[in-house]
Design a protein around this ligand. Structure first.
Ligand code: KG4
Ligand code: ZN
Length: 381
């Protein structure tokens, strides 16, 4: 079976093609990600309507590239082939709010034949509503035109499943899964594919959002996570003791998180400094901010893993690209005899390969395109 997967929940436009194998394995034929970082950087965060505009421009070129790289792009063979007019009208209706996308798609469909795809998978939530709709309406239009079933995929579930994309260690259930990204921070108990229990989550900002806000506050650039981590590495031991930020909720008995207070504490601290001292202490502020987030995430994840007596600890989402978090959680997991898994960095941030694999593992059935809805606040349970 070949799955074409579409991901547009935030600021990456991504399309992947995955082929399942008889032995239960799979091959990722292609996974293309087009990032909109340059577009959102001046605003220090993702602007939903700009994300929608970029997805509209990017989807058809990425689809063409993805089919080409998978060996599935074929020009219409017969000269007489004129696409069914009523189908074009239907996809025009599906894409009535995405007129730029409709025009690009119409000329693509007139030129290229139906590819050998069996299923379309698309992220239908959670995420930014205008961004999600572009991907979902694109999936609907393709499914309608090519008569294919569609499987809606939960973005958070896909971040968890990303752990199976390039599996080094055998993951044994039950597992505790920490998903940390720009939009989500959740601790989830997983007893099998499709069986999840949310143990805790952030009450305000997501961990990635906290990094992004600190970077914005210190004028360091966007996205904040990688920049804060890089500057933290420059911190001098002698300065480290001058900065001590809180570790929010680290001792609370639940598995919830709160990162907005950390940003406020950093802001108050910064306000006490003159320009020269701020410049000197910026690497240490970044280092302690990063350490605080890592301390809280690791401490609660390991506590949950022990309380629920799990066998594996899984880490994923954009913030899972953070080296300190990867190394610390791995070390602590191993200390308690737990299997640890984290995807390669390219599969931590948003990508369509994880959407394709979630569809391949899904225990639910694909549906007709008319049935797919967007849910910006879609939950796992
Ligand atoms: O999963 P993702 O690509 O998008 C969402 O679903 O939100 O995550 C993006 C987030 C951003 O907040 C970014 O600052 C953060 O992941 N991030 C990092 C690192 N790389 C990306 N945070 C900390 N350290 C990193 N190396
Ligand atoms: Zn994500």
């Amino acid at each position: 079976m070949r799955i074409l997967a579409i991901e547009t929940s935030c600021d990456e436009t991504s399309i992947a093609v995955l082929q399942t194998k008889e032995d239960g394995g799979f091959n990722i034929l292609t996974n293309n990600v087009s990032s909109q970082i340059a577009v959102h950087a001046p605003f220090g965060g993702v602007v939903p309507m700009l994300a929608k505009r970029e997805h509209q421009k990017n989807l058809v070129p990425i689809l063409k590239q993805s089919l080409e790289e998978s060996g599935l792009l074929k020009i219409q063979s017969t000269k007489s082939h004129i696409p069914n007019k009523s189908k074009i009208q239907t996809i025009n209706k599906i894409l009535e709010r995405e007129d730029v996308l409709f025009k690009l798609l119409e000329s693509f469909l007139k030129k290229y034949a139906k590819p050998e795809i069996d299923l379309i998978a698309v992220t239908n939530g959670p995420g930014l509503e205008p961004a999600l709709w572009v991907g979902v309406n694109f999936a609907k239009a393709l499914a309608c035109f090519w008569d294919l079933p569609v499987l809606p995929v939960n973005h958070v579930e896909a971040h968890i499943v990303a752990n199976w994309l390039n599996q080094k260690e055998k993951i044994v259930f039950p597992a505790v899964s920490l998903i940390v990204s720009g939009g989500h921070t959740q601790l989830i108990l997983m007893s099998d594919f499709g069986k999840y229990k949310i143990l805790g989550e952030t009450r305000d900002d997501a961990a990635g959002e906290a990094f992004d806000k600190l970077a914005k506050m210190l004028n360091l650039g966007y996205p904040g996570g990688p920049i804060v981590a890089r500057i933290a590495a420059e911190a001098k031991e002698i300065d480290r003791g001058s900065v001590r930020l809180p570790r929010p909720m680290i001792t609370s008995k639940d598995y919830d998180f709160s990162f907005s207070g950390l940003k406020t504490a950093a802001l108050y601290f910064v306000k006490t400094l003159d320009k020269k001292t701020l410049k000197k202490l910026t690497p240490s502020i970044c280092a302690d901010f990063q350490q605080s987030i890592v301390d809280v995430l690791v401490s609660k994840t390991i506590r949950a893993a022990r309380e629920y007596n799990v066998k594996s600890v899984l880490l994923s989402g954009g913030v899972a690209a953070n080296d300190l978090l990867r190394q610390t959680l791995e070390k602590e997991s191993k200390r308690f005899g737990l299997t640890f898994s984290v995807p390669p960095k390219e599969f931590c941030t948003d990508n369509a390969a994880m959407i394709a694999l979630t569809a391949a593992f899904a225990k639910k059935n694909a549906v007709k395109w008319e049935k797919i809805q967007v849910d910006a606040n879609l939950r796992l349970q």
